[in-house]
Ligand binder design. Structure first.
Ligand SMILES: Nc1ncnc2c1ncn2[C@@H]1O[C@H](COP(=O)(O)OP(=O)(O)OP(=O)(O)O)[C@@H](O)[C@H]1O
Length: 272
């Protein structure tokens, strides 16, 4: 991956302070104290950034800043060198299924376009294209809820919805956290294949994924940030030396196994 030094960071935080109120203790507690982070940009190249770390270190809070859902107590949030605007937002996929249950799959996927004022006909055509890309053709007229759709299928709906308006970036907050182990593994490869498919790869989107899972992080990420808590901070930044195009065989690659074990050691505090 060649880095272009003249581009501003694609995502940046400067001097972030974040306090929340702890209802149980009836006092404020500090999540970030003067936290800064700059995620590099690469010319015309989609990148898969992974943020991992212990529960409570502030990973979801970071994504909420960049998605425009939350402002920090103090500090600056920037996207491609510009302060985030009030109307700006990056699509986000959550751990909990976030589709509108009273809408069909097609209506859910078309929603970002219809909200932008795109005609229903055009929005549905584009949504149908994206439904095919995520492998849900035939399910478009079902309501987006269980048991009509499985957990994995519902997350595909959310991913299709986040991609339908061709965003330059998407944020995934533990998107497979609610799935069983088998479905989770299947969805990891689904995501890997999806971002290598020309329909998506040609858009060069930057994906930011929050996960607890070291194998998921190394399988998908080409830029990995490992955080710790109290206060939230990055303790390791690594760029796995693995091919950018990956497939199932990579799980048996000795380099892959070694990097996963390294990430586990950092997470467990065995490597500083
Ligand atoms: N709105 C809120 N009010 C009070 N406390 C909050 C709020 N949002 C987050 N927190 C707390 O702030 C800390 C950081 O939360 P955040 O969800 O960003 O962490 P995380 O690293 O994503 O955790 P997890 O991996 O468990 O999802 C946690 O202790 C959480 O309980």
């Amino acid at each position: 991956m060649s880095q272009s030094s003249d581009l501003p960071p694609i995502l940046e935080l400067r001097g972030i302070h974040q306090t929340y109120f702890d209802d149980k203790k009836q006092q404020d507690f500090v999540v970030f104290n003067d936290f800064s982070l700059a995620i590099e940009d690469y010319t015309n190249l989609g990148q898969f950034v992974v943020i991992m770390g212990k529960s409570g270190c502030g990973k979801s809070t970071l994504l909420r800043y960049w998605s425009g859902l939350q402002k920090p107590t103090a500090g600056e949030v920037l996207i491609s060198g510009k302060p985030i605007g009030d109307k700006q937002s990056i699509p986000m996929v959550f751990q909990q299924y976030s589709s509108l249950e009273w809408y069909t799959v097609l209506e859910n996927v078309a929603l970002p376009l219809t909200l932008k004022g795109v005609s229903k006909k055009e929005a549905h055509e584009k949504a149908m294209d994206m439904i095919k890309v995520v492998g849900l053709e035939g399910h478009e007229n079902k309501f987006a809820k269980t048991p009509q759709l499985s957990g994995g299928q519902l997350q595909r709906v959310a991913i299709a919805r986040s991609l339908v308006a061709n965003p330059s970036m998407i944020l995934l907050d533990e998107p497979f956290g609610a799935l069983d182990g088998f479905t989770r593994a299947k969805m990891q490869f689904f995501l890997l294949d999806l971002f290598q498919k020309s329909e998506v790869a040609d858009l060069n989107p930057t994906v930011v994924l929050v996960t607890h899972d070291p194998r998921e992080a190394v399988l998908l990420g080409n830029d990995i940030y490992i955080m710790d808590a109290n206060p939230g901070r990055v303790i390791k930044h690594l760029k796995p030396e693995l091919p950018n195009t990956r497939d199932r065989a990579i799980r048996k690659d000795s380099r892959f196994i070694e990097i996963v074990s390294y990430v586990e050691d950092v997470m467990e505090g065995n490597i500083k």
